[in-house]
Design a protein. Structure first.
Ligand SMILES: Nc1ncnc2c1ncn2[C@@H]1O[C@H](COP(=O)(O)OP(=O)(O)OP(=O)(O)O)[C@@H](O)[C@H]1O
Ligand SMILES: Nc1ncnc2c1ncn2[C@@H]1O[C@H](COP(=O)(O)OP(=O)(O)OP(=O)(O)O)[C@@H](O)[C@H]1O
Ligand SMILES: [Mg+2]
Ligand SMILES: [Mg+2]
Lengths: 219, 284, 284, 219
């Protein structure tokens, strides 16, 4: 499903990700664990083809990102649910539209989309927030909206970048529960986090990063 | 404070500003086209007055002058020929000088005359000269006065006006297009967040462009409609207050209305499309 | 992708677009002012040719005609008086009709004449009429021909052109101001994040406004400079290719250059200031 | 220094903060603890006078926010260092300028400002990031920049909103250390967090929030 082969990524700043090799299968749940600045978000960006490796290859759904045109990238992204570290909610749309947007892009009919948006909002305790705008929500609530937008499309791949950073214990448990449920429904999940507690609570394969390199990859 | 800012972002302000800009731009274009049309029409009317005056001998009879008219009318290129009797001439003279000067005299010294206007194609110095020569030798013709001076000056002025007006209009349309395009580019630049986000969510270039294209069309249509309405209002109030009597009005020229609408819609939709395209390339 | 987007935000694109807009706007204004000036000058030149022709008796002596000239010259309001001898008249006639028609005759039938141009203030039908009356009774004067037709028509055309051009120019300047203001508003709207953030960090309204005001001034100065340079380039190339000989040029009118610069700077700085003010109020 | 008296804040959404009463003295360190959506950020916004109470009064530096004009609010904010939950870094300025901005607004001369920016960046391990732009930094790095911008002005009040949400253990410890150092230099600190661990590590007075109300306020 996701394949990194000898991936190197160099930034203008001199910082680089080096020699990344791993495979993520279609039913896997993988933690991407590492300190701040170790390269977790950059790996996710390579998976959703926002960053491209300087050498080596990144394949997603058997498509090598370096040889994929924009139209195909768009189609690949439609099958990926993403929770960005900075949420990327649209300030000029209410929560309902923000979540529905992901379905709109897939061309889903309004009635079905409506049902799905309400269902997902219910799961994450966001029902009453649907008519509000992002700036009217607390940080943690916005983070849950970001997850709702990722889950609503029933993605084949779910990429979550520190999805509990702004959440208390309880909310965090709810969120991870729904991420696991998505996994159980068949999605492969890549969960970037710096929080060891989280991993201890729900253990799974963990790729550990340190300053741009993988130092550990184990169940 | 955040609410306010987000309010601005949420509001359709950039859209409304752009509609307003398109409306102003098209208003200028529309008024420009109409002004040039009206000006040319007005000057044309004045010029078409007459080109040549044939004064008849003082003692010519009415019958002879009729015959003469028939002969002259045979010449090619005559658009209009008008007979001025001695009395008409006197009336005109009085009208021009505002006093009944001639009534003080026993006899009317003014001759009767024909005023001739040539068709556009025949209005060349060469043809008119040969015309004068052959008319001059006809019986009963006293003198032929070619209003050459006036004729050429009006021609010259018209040419100048026409050149200036066309150049000006062209320049105005061009700068209008540029200014509007700039406006639309700024409008699109303000939407980078939206474009970035939906792209990350898997929107294809076509999916990103088409709603903008549509929005541009709506924007242009609104702008053009406002411009047309403003022009109609201006015309109505000009007529209502009897300020000027316009020979050419947009109300009588649906093709001009249509033209402005088409221009507005295509300008805006293509302008927006181009701005989005450029942005998509920029963020490739 | 993020880089690209941020690149746009980081770049001075909205600023450059605005400079470009101001330049176009001022180019239109500058060319407009110059065109109207040139047009009026050109028409004025043509009109000033002469207003009135005084034909002298065929048998008048040179000495008598000199005396007559002195008498006529005493009248107020005469801008220019030109003596046309019989020979001058014949030469003119020949020039107008392109053939030496008169040389076929034994005697030159054309009279000598004075051509008179009045000063602007005296160019009224009333004054000219009384002038004609008093000149008519002078010894040696055969006939006075008032080129009333031409005169009035040119006056009429000039008035029309003047009205249209002034109205047009006014409208263009106004819409230019509006379009530029809209452009600046969009530019400022795109900076809401900056304004929001520095406000939260404790920037006072004055601290927020003053750099924008300055930026507006620089923007306007750049735009105006580009416009002035473009106009000068246009004038040079018009002259170089002998397309038209302009009586009024911006190069000879530093006050016009200064005017455009001042207009550009004040328009932009005040426009930006107004946009920022409105935004600050919005986000109160 | 900061005084909340019978403060009520109602949002259009129907959610409200109710009956808030507390005093924070000039040398205090206070945790604002509560679940996501409990009202922590809203309280901070009332302190820096972005939100105003519907009833009751919020006083900062003995100025009642409801009777303070914009010029005075600007001056008050210049004495407050804030770490916003969403950082609010300027995307079109490099990190150096982002940090220096806070000093510029106070009208500090360039040389002194320069020294301060470099010193603060060093403290938080951001020296090498100064010429970069915010989008070139990881989430945790951006968060530290936000803190640097707050600390560089040596504020009288330091308000930090989940300042370690994107940080691993080590980085988190560095950041809290510098927040405590600012406190030791005389700043009163209000530290909003949902993380009980943090409080246990460095105990201090804790105001606990639950759905808009203070349920506990103790050392
Ligand atoms: N576009 C970029 N240009 C230059 N450097 C970058 C860019 N993106 C990331 N980096 C650098 O790469 C390193 C890894 O960044 P990344 O965002 O992947 O870290 P991370 O593991 O997600 O950290 P965090 O937990 O703080 O979010 C950082 O040091 C960052 O400064
Ligand atoms: N501007 C607003 N308009 C309407 N409701 C708002 C607004 N700001 C906050 N709220 C609501 O008030 C409640 C408290 O929000 P606040 O941001 O203070 O929570 P918080 O304690 O900071 O939560 P978190 O830890 O998730 O950031 C939330 O339920 C939120 O939806
Ligand atoms: Mg990250
Ligand atoms: Mg919060």
């Amino acid at each position: 499903m996701i394949q990194f082969k000898n991936v190197h990524l160099r930034f203008d700043s001199g910082i680089s990700l080096r020699d990344l090799n791993f495979d993520i299968k279609s039913d896997e749940f993988v933690y991407l664990f590492g300190d701040s600045g170790s390269g977790k978000s950059s790996i996710l960006k390579m998976i959703y083809m926002d960053f491209f490796p300087n050498s080596g290859s990144v394949s997603v759904f058997d498509q090598d990102s370096s040889y994929t045109n924009r139209g195909t990238i768009a189609k690949i992204r439609q099958r990926i649910g993403m929770v960005f570290q900075d949420f990327k909610l649209l300030a000029d749309r209410d929560i309902y539209s923000n979540i529905a947007l992901a379905l709109e892009i897939q061309g889903m009919k309004t009635d079905e989309a409506r049902r799905k948006v309400f269902a997902t909002a219910d799961d994450l305790g966001l029902r009453t927030k649907l008519p509000l705008y992002p700036h009217e929500l607390s940080g943690g609530e916005q983070q849950r909206v970001a997850l709702a937008r990722a889950l609503v499309i029933s993605p084949d791949i779910l990429l979550v970048d520190e999805p509990t950073a702004h959440l208390d214990e309880t909310a965090s448990a709810v969120v991870t529960e729904w991420i696991w449920k998505a996994h159980n429904r068949g999605a492969s999940v890549v969960f970037a986090t710096h929080n060891e507690q989280l991993i201890k609570r729900d253990p799974a394969r963990t790729i550990t990063m340190e300053t741009g390199q993988i130092i550990l990859d184990r169940e | 404070m955040r609410e306010g800012i987000v309010g601005i972002r949420r509001s359709r302000m950039p859209f409304m500003i752009s509609v307003f800009s398109v409306a102003i731009a098209l208003l200028v274009v529309g008024v420009g086209v109409l002004s040039v049309d009206n000006g040319l029409q007005y000057i044309g009317d004045m010029q078409a007055n007459y080109d040549l005056e044939i004064f008849l001998k003082n003692d010519i009879s009415t019958i002879d002058s009729r015959e003469l008219a028939d002969i002259i009318n045979e010449y090619p290129g005559i658009l209009r020929m008008e007979y001025l009797s001695k009395e008409d001439a006197a009336a005109l003279y009085n009208a021009e000088f505002g006093e009944d000067v001639l009534s003080l005299l026993d006899d009317n010294p003014l001759p009767s005359s024909f005023r001739i206007t040539f068709e556009e194609d025949y209005r060349s110095a060469g043809y008119i000269h040969s015309f004068i020569q052959s008319v001059n030798i006809l019986n009963g013709v006293d003198e032929v006065i070619f209003k050459k001076d006036l004729f050429e000056k009006v021609q010259g002025i018209m040419k100048l006006i026409y050149t200036l007006a066309t150049a000006g209009l062209f320049m105005i349309i061009l700068s209008t297009v540029f200014l509007t395009a700039n406006n639309l580019r700024l409008m699109i630049l303000a939407r980078y967040e939206f474009i970035e986000t939906i792209r990350l969510l898997g929107a294809s270039d076509f999916m990103i462009k088409s709603p903008f294209f549509l929005e541009g069309g709506i924007l242009g249509f609104l702008g053009a409609s406002i411009a047309v309405l403003a022009i109609i209002l201006m015309e109505i109030s000009l007529a209502y207050y009897h300020i000027i009597d316009l020979p050419v009005r947009i109300m009588n020229h649906p093709e001009l209305i249509l033209g402005l609408l088409v221009f507005g819609v295509s300008l805006s939709s293509l302008g927006v499309l181009k701005a989005v395209r450029r942005m998509l390339r920029f963020v490739a």
